[in-house]
Design a protein around this ligand. Sequence first.
Ligand code: FAQ
Length: 326
Amino acid sequence: MVATVVESESAGAEAYAEAFDAAVAADERIEPRDWMPGDYRATLVRQMAQHAHSEIIGMQPEANWITRAPSLRRKAILMAKVQDEAGHGLYLYSATETLGASRDDLLDKLHSGRQKYSSIFNYPTLTWADVGAIGWLVDGAAITNQVPLCRCSYGPYARAMVRICKEESFHQRQGYELLLALSRGTDAQHAMAQDAVDRWWWPSLMMFGPPDDESAHSARSMAWKIKRHSNDELRQRFVDICVPQAEALGLTLPDPDLRWNEERGHHDFGPIDWEEFREVLRGNGPCNDQRITQRRQAHEEGAWVREAAAAYAAKHTDRLHGEATA
Ligand code: FAQ
């Protein structure tokens, strides 16, 4: 009897696995209540949580410039952008919760260094031009990476990415427009724009992750259609997009090896300093300590807001419950 139950259970599990594989092969979406392999769930939680953490940590470098924006127009744009990033974090934490993750647990893992956020946010914003360089390059890299995620096999992540990408597109354009204004401004403004691009270019290329032959998760994530392209493919796409944009901006990219390769139909580019990337991931980037300290502090200072919101929600639920039983 026991053997029969075990057999039928394993036949059931196989049928679920087959249904999952068939849905992925047919480009259908996997939804929260669908059966999914444990590793698929874990991979999504890992990637989506890191993505959410990147959005909220990513508010810090630019927020540094809100009080010093050079005009009311620039200040309004920057405030809207930084608020969008908080919103992206919220969509992504919510999407992660559909996989059974708890937001408190994810934040705890961020604060204790057990989950990562993007390497790019560990670099400092030294001048106003950095706001432009972040918009053009960092948001540009983010869009290149994230547009394919709109076709991710997991429904809630894919749908969150549609809205995020629309907002990232505005972010990228505001950065480009800001840099264009500086590039066409005084000599000092042009030099400031060039300096920012010089500092942000290589870290932006690192955002796409390690080279394909060192990317631990790519092959499986691509088989599951979480990722649609490899890290190197997207990095190459980004370089190809940026070269003509830099020309239009009147700025140069800090890479003497950058040139069009007719045979490949792509730009060749110089070697990336992967040791720098690994150091940043180990916590030794220029701003790692500052970013995490500020995040923990913001979380502690926000405790009263979370308590008040929870108390209000409980009161509301009690009231509804009372009405239902009256
Ligand atoms: N930084 O095997 P892979 C934004 C880790 S955009 C830190 O290749 P995977 C918008 C990786 O997690 C930025 N860690 O990994 C914005 C893994 O570590 P683990 C966020 C990195 O997942 C703009 C290990 O290295 N975007 O926030 C990085 O297949 C402006 C091995 O790597 C996303 O998160 C890195 N750059 O591919 C906000 C997009 N790269 O987990 C504010 C979604 C790799 O084993 C202002 N994520 N690692 O400990 C993805 O597409 C992927 O997760 C990749 C990495 C492509 C980032």
